[in-house]
Design a protein around this ligand. Structure first.
Ligand code: UT7
Length: 335
């Protein structure tokens, strides 16, 4: 019989540096009131100079491995838009720092949907019998790619990392991953964009290229598509799992904006009190937002062994994805 992918460990890592809305308002034309009412965010964590995505990834991964009860895995997938370097990938370095020399490791680029894409990847390797234990990390440091002078993006994003271990198990076990649905639409490639630094617009000495080096987002367009695609993908996996809206014990949606999470929940018929939320304290942590929110929900008792969990995400590309799982008996480990 085909093995079933089962979540068996979860870890997190957050920078200790808390940046409040008032801190931002001290140097940007913004206010606590604007940010809270438009996004639901009160504060976010931001790395100090010298800390890279790989450092947060390492700490979150160590937590996930400890939480899973074993330090060994067959595969490492790191979802990020903010790798330590343009080249090579960050995952092999993280794997080596974990003592996993020789283990295949790669970065996955699906922006804020990256963690769900990573889960799909891990699930496929496990189902195919090609791996018994897979480490999936979602980590980002958007403070390193957003323009310090851009109130729109600076207010929204925060830094952080979350990781899970997926092992081969049996159907029906708590932690079992159910259906997964992924999608993309490249016609939205300009809605979320770091224009310069790739092969289309290499970073040279000219001013034009430098202008495009920061993360830019067409917020309203992204908002609209995020609600539609996150809902559609979640609907698909929920139907495939045979769950109704009220069967979902916990909706863990990518924490893009409180209003997006609320709109998705309302369309899915999931009661608002069943939405796991970290956006108020962490902002939008991109690929890290789902594992950070899962760990938070488990620590607060919102997730219990056997809880039916629906994950859904939307990100640049555009990409989107959703997954269903039941919650295992695990204790998250925070770095
Ligand atoms: O994680 C990947 C997916 N990302 C998302 O899903 C993000 C989706 N989008 C959003 O969450 C929202 O669109 C934002 C929070 C980014 C922006 O909120 P909005 O209500 O859509 O505002 P807007 O972009 O339409 O801007 C309205 C006004 C503009 O001023 P003008 O041009 O009307 O004078 C902005 O410059 O609000 C201004 N603005 C701000 N004002 C004060 C934008 N950011 C700020 C700010 N403080 N931080």
């Amino acid at each position: 019989m085909q093995p079933t992918p089962v979540l068996c460990g979860i870890g997190t890592s957050l920078p200790d540096n808390v940046v409040t809305n008032d801190d931002l308002a001290a140097y940007l034309d913004t206010s606590d009131e604007w940010i809270r009412s438009r996004t639901g965010i009160r504060e976010r964590r931001v790395v100090r100079p010298g800390t890279a995505t790989g450092d947060l990834s390492l700490a979150a991964a160590q937590g996930a491995l400890k939480s899973s009860g074993s330090a060994s895995v067959d595969l490492v997938v790191l979802a990020t838009t903010t790798p330590d370097h343009r080249c090579p990938a960050t995952a092999p370095d993280v794997a080596t720092r974990l003592g996993l020399v020789g283990v295949p490791a790669w970065d996955l680029s699906a922006v804020c949907s990256g963690f769900v894409y990573g889960l799909a990847c891990a699930a496929s390797f496990v189902r195919a019998g090609a791996a018994r234990r897979v480490l999936v990390i979602g980590a980002d440091t958007y403070s390193t790619i957003t323009d310090p002078g851009d109130r729109a993006t600076r207010a929204v994003f925060g830094d952080g990392a979350g990781a899970v271990v997926i092992r081969a198990g049996e159907p029906g076990e708590p932690g079992a991953l159910g259906p997964v649905s992924l999608g993309s639409d490249g016609s939205l490639r300009d809605a979320i964009l770091v224009a310069a630094g790739g092969s289309r617009q290499p970073l040279g000495g000219d001013g034009a290229a430098r202008d495009g080096r920061y993360f830019a987002m067409r917020g309203k367009t992204v908002f609209r598509h995020a609600v539609e695609r996150m809902t559609e993908a979640a609907e698909r996996v929920r139907a495939e799992a045979g769950w109704s809206g009220t069967d979902v014990d916990c909706l863990v949606a990518h924490q893009a904006n409180l209003r997006i999470v609320q709109a998705v929940a309302a369309r899915l018929g999931v009661p608002a009190e069943r939405c796991a939320l970290t956006i108020e304290r962490l902002g939008n942590t991109a690929a890290a937002s789902i594992p950070l929110t899962l760990a938070d929900a488990a620590c607060s008792g919102r997730l219990r062994t056997g809880s039916r969990v629906l994950l859904t995400a939307f990100g640049g590309g555009a990409t989107w994805g959703a997954a269903a799982l039941t919650w295992p008996d695990v204790t998250p480990v925070a770095a």
